[in-house]
Design a protein around this ligand. Structure first.
Ligand code: IMP
Length: 426
């Protein structure tokens, strides 16, 4: 296969960064097509840990073309800081291309993100407060600022003047401080000048690469359950992280997307608010949280922890087009006597096997579990399916049976060598 989409099949943080980095060794192009610096992709490279936020994970390899496509919302200041941070750590040779159709995030988006959250009180979403929702709202409302306009000083001046007038009215109405045009313009024009050299029409570049038969990896951010359309609305992000969203978010034809690798943890986590049927609390949750280092990359919040939910995985399979699975953090489950897997829900006494659309219904569902005996053996040194303890093998087989998706790789630790490929991808 020459193109592969990587999507989170749960609520994000499934280990997409690790898989992307692993598969990027074979890729010619790595594309981020949605989201912005709300993402945090942790990558271990040469024994060093990097947390990428908006830059694609192929950045460490000078041969890879890294594309930030049109579906992204980019905070120029943060993006450049991230790039400078990488350069300071020795990553100086890279290829980066930013779509002229991507939108930019400005300080008023961040202020509004925080303000909306505050006004929602106990209904808050628990956003990363990076301005992602307000930036996508402006895009849909046709008052967003695109990269192409941002890098043209006079055009940027005009669109910023116009937009800031509206945004300042909104901020005033909410009782918040307004922004001064001159200071934003001056500061962000400097970022625009620096960003300009990376900007191009990335759709044209992708077409060229497709025609050359290049291997292209589309690196998803967030996860299907955070999808604006198919996630647990309103507790979602403001873009669509599915396989189906990739063509529109990167400017390619849908026929180029055939394979979608869903990344899932061997259990489930969620940051932020919203329903989470298999959530567990207490000692086991704490143990999993500590062993799996389940703290947000962006906000450092402790993640909520739960058992694996195959209703969620089936939902993700259907709406995101997943046809391969990567099972991550498998080693974290070692030592648990009985491991539960949710395969259905009960809603008002009736058994269902789908994710209800309404938050009201979804917060009422009770998970239906099967119990699987665990294993005690350390699996972090395992390098093949055959070396796994019998119960760990059965756990993998049960997930395949319940989701109807083949597990193509599993991971037993943070290092690249701890990624065990079961079938060739890309
Ligand atoms: P936003 O994307 O900052 O608007 O946040 C909306 C919801 O998505 C919140 O629950 C966030 O915690 C969640 N979220 C956004 N990005 C990520 C991510 O990369 N991993 C996990 N959760 C995320």
């Amino acid at each position: 296969m020459n193109t592969l989409v990587i999507v989170g099949s749960q609520w994000g943080d499934e280990g997409k960064g690790k898989v992307t980095d692993y598969l990027a060794q074979k890729a010619d192009v790595v594309v981020r097509s949605q989201g912005g610096n709300n993402a945090g992709h942790t990558i271990l490279f040469h024994q060093q840990k990097y947390a990428l936020r908006s830059i694609p994970s192929g950045i460490f390899n000078p041969k890879i073309k890294n594309i930030m496509a049109n579906g992204m919302v980019i905070q120029p200041k943060q993006m450049l800081e991230e790039l400078h941070g990488l350069e300071a750590r020795g990553i100086r040779e890279y290829q980066l291309f930013i779509s002229n159709r991507a939108h930019i995030v400005l300080p008023y988006h961040e202020a509004l993100d925080g303000a909306y959250e505050q006004f929602k009180k106990d209904k808050k979403i628990g956003t990363t407060k990076r301005g992602i929702g307000p930036a996508y709202a402006d895009k849909a409302n046709r008052i967003g600022i695109r990269v192409a306009d941002f890098i043209e000083p006079n055009v940027f001046k005009d669109v910023l003047q116009q937009t800031l007038e509206i945004k300042n009215m909104e901020l005033k109405m909410l009782g918040l401080d307004t922004f001064d045009f001159d200071s934003i313009y001056e500061e962000y024009s400097a970022y625009a000048r620096e960003m300009k050299k990376y900007v191009c029409d990335t759709s044209l570049l992708l077409e060229e690469e497709i025609q050359k038969n290049s291997k292209i990896l589309f690196e998803g951010a967030q996860g299907v359950m955070l999808c604006l359309d198919h996630g647990t609305y309103p507790y979602v992000t403001s873009s669509s992280p599915t396989g189906a969203s990739v063509p529109v978010n990167s400017g390619i034809a849908p026929r180029y997307i055939q394979d979608v690798l869903g990344i899932c943890k061997a259990y489930t986590t969620r940051v932020g608010e919203g329903p989470f049927p298999t959530e567990i609390e207490g000692e086991l949750a704490n143990e999993i949280r500590e062993r799996g280092h389940e703290y947000g990359t962006v906000t450092k919040r402790p993640r909520r922890v739960g058992y694996l939910d195959c209703v969620v995985l089936n939902h993700a399979r259907r709406v995101a087009g997943i046809n391969h699975l990567a099972l991550m953090l498998f080693d974290v489950l070692t030592g648990i006597d009985l491991i539960k897997i949710c395969y259905a829900y009960e809603l008002d006494g009736k058994r269902i096997s789908y994710v209800p659309a309404s938050e009201y219904e979804y917060s009422k569902v009770k998970p239906v579990y099967i119990e699987m005996p665990g294993w005690k053996e350390d699996i972090s040194l395992v390098r093949s399916f055959e070396e796994l303890p019998t119960n760990a093998k059965k756990y993998i087989q049960k997930i395949e049976e319940l989701t109807h998706i083949k597990i193509s790789l599993f991971s037993v630790g943070p290092d690249r060598e701890q990624t065990i490929l079961l079938e060739e991808l890309l």
